[in-house]
Every structure is written in C-alpha cells, then in structure tokens.
Design a protein around this ligand. Structure first.
Ligand SMILES: Nc1nc2c(c(=O)[nH]1)N[C@H]1C(S)=C(S)[C@@H](COP(=O)(O)O)O[C@H]1N2
Ligand SMILES: [Mo]
Length: 300
C-alpha cells in the first residue's frame, strides 16, 4: 500500500440508530434552518458544491428494495450490514474473504473526500468518503492476465423485498475493464458527508465510477472477481439494445428511448434549468485516453 495511515474510525463513529431512523425529520429541520433559500441546483452549480443529504438519501435506485425512487429509503433499513465481508477471487494472488473491518483497517480513508458529479436522468454532486478500488484490489494482488473486474451485490430475499420479483436477474452484477477499475477516479465509497453511507445508497460499500451512468455504481458489494472475459452486467442482460457494457456518460450517444444530451440537477425542482451533459460527465481530461481508438457508438 502506497499510503500508510492511522485508523481513527471505531464502532463509536457509527451513526447513532435514532439519528439514522429519524433522518428525514432531523435533516428536514436542519435544512429549514440553515439551507433554506439556496436550492440544491444553485449550490451544486457553483464549482462542485454538494447536494443536500436529503436529496442524496431519499431519492434512490436500489431495485432490490423496490423500483420506486423512495422505496430504498423506506425499506433498506432491513438490510443487515454487520458483519460484512467481500470475497475477492479469480485472477488474484491472495483470493479470499476479506472482512469489512479488515479492509477499513488497511485503507487510508481519513480526510479523503471525493466530491464527484454523478449523473443519470438526474444529476447530483455527492461528497463520498472511501478509497480507491485499486487499493482494495492490491490487497488481493491482481495478476497480469486479469483483463476485467466483475462485481456482485448481496442477495437476501428476506431483507430485500424487491428481489421477490424478476425485475432484474438477481443478484445485481456489474463490471469494469481492468484499466477503468485501476483508474484513481474509481472508488469504493463507505461514507457520504463524513458519515457512514446510508443503506439506501449501498452500505457498507459501493462502487462509484463518476464518468459512467449511475447504474454502473453497484451497491452493497459482496464479491469481486478478476477475470479475462468481459463479465455480464445486470442492465445489459435486461436490455442489451439500450445498455452496453461501457455506459460512459456521452451526450453524443442517445439512449434509444431518450436524448442524453441534457441533464436536470436534482434538488432544482421541476423547472430547474436543464444543463448540457458533459462528455465523460466532465472527467474527459482524466479518462478519455482509456478509450482512444474505440468507436463509442459501438462500445456504448
Ligand atoms: N445493487 C444495486 N446497485 C445499484 C442499483 C440497483 O438497483 N441495485 N441501481 C443503480 C442505479 S440505476 C443508480 S442510478 C445508482 C443510484 O445510486 P444512488 O441511489 O446512491 O443515487 O445505483 C446503482 N447501483
Ligand atoms: Mo439509474
């Protein structure tokens, strides 16, 4: 590991249950006092000011808890996240089951805030806490022949009411090419706003790939497999015409059923000005080189 660090996070840092359960009331109150009059869009458009906690945690996609935007906030409390472990296997030197606490002990997460734009039908700026996926993978030792990384979400029908319906082929799976996975903008998030990541946002750890559409950012990851073949992804399986493996944010490649040339900022209200979608979601300087020579209308 390149960075050494001192772990200051303990069990005592975990969000107190009563605050978590009452977050709507608590945060609604806070918003009423401190943040009134400053719409999320205005904040988010000045530089990279983050959206509010409420905007980020009450409007989610996590189909294991239902397909409605407010289903995850209503039902995700049922997910048990302690203990948690991630199996890392395939083309690695040290395959095994890595306990979440042990991963946290190895990672340099202190004061590491990644304020990323994330985009889909709406866009937001989220202050993530976490660590680079590359650092997690180096715990297991990636072998040279690995070309792709496959990810899998926990599947617990008892805790996840949405998985009783065949909306997607469960468990939710995603994948990245190895150079995408190793890129420093690709992170595993464990928190937002310096607090533990809420369950509806993918606790205890979820992928974040800021230059791709939101659905690449798989939640509540329990397995990571290094492979030499392009892995299946849930949305590509469900609808290969509409969702490709890469899913890079690209205003020039429309979804077959809608234009992706503009985005509406979440929190700005229905009349929020739509803004042009940026190539690679504004991260072109950092990541365009990964796709040199590729026809992005074919590899969408
Ligand atoms: N396991 C799992 N991960 C998932 C999803 C899901 O349904 N299940 N939805 C994806 C989609 S479509 C989006 S837009 C983002 C939303 O992340 P957010 O709720 O934190 O904004 O999560 C992605 N990760
Ligand atoms: Mo999505």
């Amino acid at each position: 590991m390149a960075r050494r660090w001192t772990n200051t996070l303990t069990r005592d840092d975990v969000t107190p249950e009563h605050l978590f359960l009452n977050r709507r009331a608590v945060l609604g109150g806070l918003a009423g006092v401190g943040l009134a009059g400053l719409p999320g869009s205005a904040r988010a458009q000045e530089g990279l000011e983050p959206n509010t906690w409420e905007e980020i945690t009450s409007y989610n996609n996590y189909y294991e808890f239902g397909t409605g935007k407010d289903d995850p906030a209503r039902y995700a409390d049922a997910l048990t996240i302690d203990p948690w472990s991630v199996r890392i296997d395939g083309m690695v030197d040290r395959p095994g089951t890595y306990a979440f606490e042990d991963i946290m002990d190895q990672m340099d997460i202190e004061e590491r805030i990644y304020r990323f734009r994330c985009v889909e039908a709406w866009s937001m700026v989220v202050p993530w806490n976490g660590f680079e996926l590359a650092d997690l993978l180096s715990l297991a030792g990636v072998q040279d022949r690995a070309r792709y990384v496959a990810f899998e979400t926990v599947l617990r029908p008892d805790e996840m009411p949405g998985t009783r319906f065949p909306v997607l082929d469960w468990p939710y799976v995603e994948g990245l090419r190895i150079d995408e996975a190793m890129h420093p903008l690709t992170i595993m998030a464990t928190g937002i706003y310096g607090r533990d990541i809420p369950k509806q946002n993918g606790a205890p750890l979820r992928l974040v790939v800021p230059w791709k559409y939101g659905f690449k950012s798989i939640k509540s990851v329990v397995r990571i497999t290094l492979t030499d073949e392009e892995p299946p992804t849930s949305w590509n399986r469900a609808n290969p015409r509409e969702y490709g493996f890469y899913s890079n944010v690209n205003p020039e490649v429309d979804h077959p059923r809608w234009s992706q040339a503009t985005e509406r900022m979440i929190g700005g209200g229905l009349f929020a000005r739509r803004q042009p979608t940026l190539m690679f979601n504004g991260y072109a300087d950092e990541v365009a080189g990964l796709y040199d020579g590729m026809d992005l209308t074919e590899f969408f």
